[in-house]
Design a protein. Structure first.
Length: 94
């Protein structure tokens, strides 16, 4: 997937790649999805949507990014988060 992001950037698209909290490069002793109880996973899921909103707001603040049509791509839980976020943001597509 990371190779695809590079190709998108070369093709003129602005690309921002992020790991959801507790996943990939965003794991820590406190945030490791694989070790969390169900209640903590639900709380972290809510934070994930806030993280996506923060990323979208950052992109919207940049003058070099066309912000009226943000495209979100994710794998597994990232795909679910992208769809959920896009349902509430009229300028985002998953």
């Amino acid at each position: 997937m990371r190779r695809s992001w590079g190709l998108a950037f070369v093709g003129g698209f602005a690309v921002m790649a992020l790991d959801l909290r507790g996943h990939g490069g965003s794991t820590s002793d406190r945030y490791d999805w694989s070790r969390l109880e169900e209640a903590e996973r639900e709380r972290m899921w809510a934070l994930t949507l806030r993280d996506l909103n923060a990323a979208a707001e950052y992109l919207r603040s940049r003058s070099d990014v066309h912000t009226s049509n943000l495209s979100l791509v994710g794998l597994r839980s990232g795909a679910a988060a992208a769809v959920k976020y896009a349902a509430d943001d009229q300028n985002a597509r998953a």
